[in-house]
Design a protein around this ligand. Structure first.
Ligand code: SF4
Length: 329
């Protein structure tokens, strides 16, 4: 991985940094370079737009203001504060990584952060460059779009080999002591100017050298990612309720909502959408058809009894709310 270097800035870097300094939005996680705050914002922003993230972010930071407070919390508390953001495995990974970082101190290099649960290439690089100035480039959807257009690249960016070409370009741009501004500038440019539809090229700091703009290819780059196939799943749940408590166990039956606590059950992938079902639900690329069949606990395996009042703390998913509503009918 590259080390911090004082290199003469290229015209592209200079223009981007100047534009970012002048145009950056005031956002709560930009108040300082606290790696913990940056990390939480980056994980939340992976799934939701900036404006929607802000209230969740502020609530989360009020409840867990430091990595130590997050590390000390119970998993249930963390999941509860994550409610509404979805992708609960991310909350569990945050909690696990906070426990490591609370002991070790915040790691300042992307390749070290990458070893922790939930830190992928993007998050590791974003945190190390934004908080510590490590000269590594980030690559998310916004950056892929900006770089593809700027360099006029019609790449199959969803394939690893092609994506690496964009990562290399991003790394090259970030190879400066101003990597934080470069990375944030690229992301900001993608979010506000070089948007997927109708980009505001006339306001772009890079318009004079942008290949897609010069060649009229803005609407053709980046190439559209082929749509993924939906998977259809049939999931049978066997809830058991006694004395105001429901028996729950970590879900190992499906590739989605894995390890979240649900009533015992079993699931299979099927070829066609079901006609008869009790609940229909969608999670990312999965269409899920659920049957509710009350049963005894004889073959349920290990699990725990949870008070119906506390269900939201351990499983705040909208699917669990639908299941409870169905059972209560
Ligand atoms: S000139 Fe237009 S297409 Fe090129 S980088 Fe700027 S906003 Fe994107």
């Amino acid at each position: 991985m590259a080390t911090k270097q004082k290199l003469k800035l290229s015209i592209d870097q200079k223009d981007l940094i100047a534009w970012y300094q002048e145009n950056k939005r005031t956002l709560p996680w930009r108040q300082n370079r606290d790696p913990y705050r940056i990390w939480i914002s980056e994980v939340m922003l992976q799934q939701t737009r900036v404006t929607a993230v802000i209230p969740f972010y502020e609530k989360f930071l009020t409840r867990f203001p430091t990595v130590h407070s997050l590390a000390k919390a119970t998993e249930g508390d963390v999941i509860e504060m994550w409610a509404g953001l979805g992708y609960y495995s991310r909350a569990r990974n945050l909690h696990k990584s906070a426990q490591t970082l609370s002991k070790s101190g915040f790691l300042d290099k992307a390749h070290l952060l990458l070893q922790l649960p939930g830190f992928g290439p993007y998050t590791s690089r974003a945190v190390s460059s934004l908080a510590f100035g490590e000269p590594v480039g980030v690559l998310d959807g916004n950056v892929i779009r900006v770089l593809s257009r700027f360099y006029g690249l019609k790449l199959k960016w969803w394939e690893n080999k092609e994506k690496q070409k964009l990562q290399d370009l991003s790394d090259k741009l970030a190879l400066t002591e101003f990597s934080s501004d470069i990375n944030q500038g690229l992301m900001e440019l993608g979010a506000t100017i070089c948007t997927p539809q109708k980009p505001l090229c006339l306001l772009c700091p890079w318009k004079k050298r942008c290949v897609a703009f010069a060649e009229g290819l803005v609407n053709q780059i980046p190439l559209p990612k082929p749509k993924h196939q939906f998977e259809i799943w049939s999931w049978t749940l066997n809830p058991v309720i006694k004395n105001g408590k429901i028996f729950m166990q970590p879900n190992q039956s499906t590739p989605f909502l894995k390890n979240m606590l649900f009533p015992p059950g079993s699931a299979v992938a099927v070829k066609k959408k079901l006609v008869n079902y009790d609940i229909k639900h969608g999670v990312t690329k999965y269409d899920i058809f659920i049957h509710i069949e009350k049963s005894s606990l004889k073959s349920a395996g290990p699990g725990e009894w949870i008070s119906l009042q506390d269900i939201k703390k351990i499983n705040p998913t909208s699917l669990m709310s639908k299941i409870l509503k169905f059972i209560e009918k």
